[in-house]
Design a protein around this ligand. Structure first.
Ligand SMILES: Nc1ncnc2c1ncn2[C@@H]1O[C@H](COP(=O)(O)OP(=O)(O)O)[C@@H](O)[C@H]1O
Ligand SMILES: [Mg+2]
Length: 463
């Protein structure tokens, strides 16, 4: 925090940014609003929905976090709100006026900083103003003020490559803040930074926000990090990704600021967010099998394979077994120094295979899961194979191959089928998982050279 304090003292003796409101901005006014927003990207088989039916409001005075797993459509939603891409249907409005292009009330901070390496800090910060047609003198002055506010003074003439990651992201912030946007949009702004730098920058940003010296009225933060969302947001909007991005739940975070990560109330909220993110949408829940939905109702379209290798999911199963078959997810992630994105695919995989269930805050091994965790390699394959066959895509591949026991099938066949429901990136990822799981289960083999699946001997009779 030291850097920020220096900057603040400095700024008092110089000029502050134009007319900062005293105290935090007034609450209430709707700044951004989406109604029935849908976004689809082109897939092999026409348009594939990524977001559906999004009704969202961002009001003056609040920090809204968009929380969701990788691929849930957070960045897409943020870009729609910023007017960088148009929605496929529905509307996005800024102060009640529907957008027809870039949103004039927003500025964006990116995860990857997106600085121009051949420009100095000062020039990078001035870029946004240049685009808005401000004359050079006023531009320079405004840039100096933004640089000062964010703790970058002294670095004006440095080039990005001379700066640490944290300093580079400060340039990202200064460049966005210099245009004094009503809403500051941030797309995982801390996730490319090391842990300590990220924590420091979050703290500084919140101090500035709370001090009321911030030239913005609201902030929208995209993150996959639950603790970051609970630390920063007044409201967390959870995007669910099954089968495509919808608003799963909105949670108000009423903790007083500055927030104490060690407070029990903070922990409770983190646990609650974990529950929401690991749970399934209510309509697929079944009594007795809370996690996975009834196997008979699962289809390839509704049951995407998570990006989890057999080694990864086995490792997690063993860890839970060693802890007595049940474990608090938040604690486990914490202990391993992982983000939620790192752990959820393995959790999903165990759940999909019927090896574990999410119960409350805990991940619990089922009887089969315990047997799997305890088994030696050969036995674990025997347990894995029938469980994998209950997974729609693995089942589809195996059954299709049974129709061609001699010839095998090109992966293009499955790609085309999946393309009806998923983007090409998702198809790649799922086939990678299906290949790994199917090989391990000895259901089929895959020849990467010929891009061909072939039935494994023995798999013909397994079911
Ligand atoms: N330009 C694009 N063209 C096609 N598919 C895209 C494009 N951008 C994102 N996607 C797909 O849309 C889904 C949501 O992506 P994104 O909004 O980046 O999610 P998140 O930010 O939550 O990780 C992903 O499956 C991704 O592959
Ligand atoms: Mg993203």
């Amino acid at each position: 925090m030291k850097f920020w304090r220096t900057a603040r003292t400095d700024r008092r003796s110089r000029t502050a940014l134009p007319s900062p409101p005293s105290g935090p901005p007034v609450e209430g006014e709707v700044l951004l609003e989406t109604v029935g927003l849908t976004k689809a990207y082109a897939g092999a088989d026409g348009e594939l929905p990524v977001l559906s039916g999004i009704d969202l409001r961002v009001r003056s005075g609040e920090i809204v976090a968009l929380l969701g797993r990788s691929g849930s459509g957070k960045s897409t939603l943020l870009r729609c709100l910023a007017g960088l891409i148009p929605p496929s249907s529905g509307t996005v409005a800024y102060r009640g006026v529907p957008l027809t292009g870039a949103n004039p009330g927003t500025a964006m901070v990116f995860q990857t900083f997106a600085l121009l390496p051949w420009l100095t800090v000062q020039q990078n910060v001035e870029l946004g103003l240049e685009a808005r047609g401000m004359d050079p003198d006023r531009r320079a002055e405004a840039a100096v003020q933004a640089i000062d506010l964010i703790g970058l003074d002294g670095f004006e003439s440095a080039y990005p490559k001379e700066l640490s990651g944290g300093m580079r992201q400060r340039v990202g912030f200064a460049r966005a803040l210099v245009v004094e946007p009503d809403v500051l949009m941030m797309d995982e702004p801390f996730s490319a930074l090391d842990v300590l730098t990220a924590e420091n920058l979050r703290g500084e940003l919140l101090e500035l926000w709370e001090s009321g010296q911030f030239p913005t009225r609201a902030m929208v933060l995209v993150t996959h990090n639950i603790e970051e969302a609970v630390l920063m947001a007044d409201r967390i909007v959870v995007l669910g990704a099954r089968p495509y991005g919808t608003l799963r739940e909105t949670v108000d975070i009423d903790l007083a600021r500055p927030r104490d990560r060690d407070a029990p109330a903070f922990d409770e909220l983190v646990d609650r967010m974990y529950r929401i993110m690991t749970g399934r949408p209510k309509d697929t829940r079944q009594p007795g099998r809370p996690g996975s939905g009834h196997p008979d109702r699962r289809t390839v379209a509704t049951t995407p394979l998570p990006p989890a290798s057999v080694d990864g999911l086995s490792g997690l199963a063993e860890m839970i077994a060693r802890r007595g078959g049940r474990f608090d997810l938040a604690d486990l992630a914490d202990e391993l120094g992982l983000d939620v994105d790192d752990l959820l695919p393995q959790v999903d995989a165990l759940d999909l295979l019927g090896f574990a269930e999410v119960r409350g805050d805990d991940l619990m091994l089922t009887g089969t899961g315990e047997a799997f965790a305890d088994a030696d390699v050969q036995l674990s394959k025997e347990i894995f194979a029938p469980a994998a066959l209950e997974v729609p895509l693995i089942r589809l591949i195996t059954h299709s191959l049974r129709g061609q026991p001699e010839e095998g099938l090109r992966d293009g066949f499955f790609r085309d089928l999946l393309a009806h429901h998923f983007t090409s990136e998702q198809v790649d990822q799922q086939l990678e998982t299906a290949t790994d799981w199917g090989r391990y289960a000895e259901l089929y083999s895959y020849d990467a050279g010929r891009r061909e699946y072939r039935l494994d001997e023995g798999a013909a009779f397994l079911d």
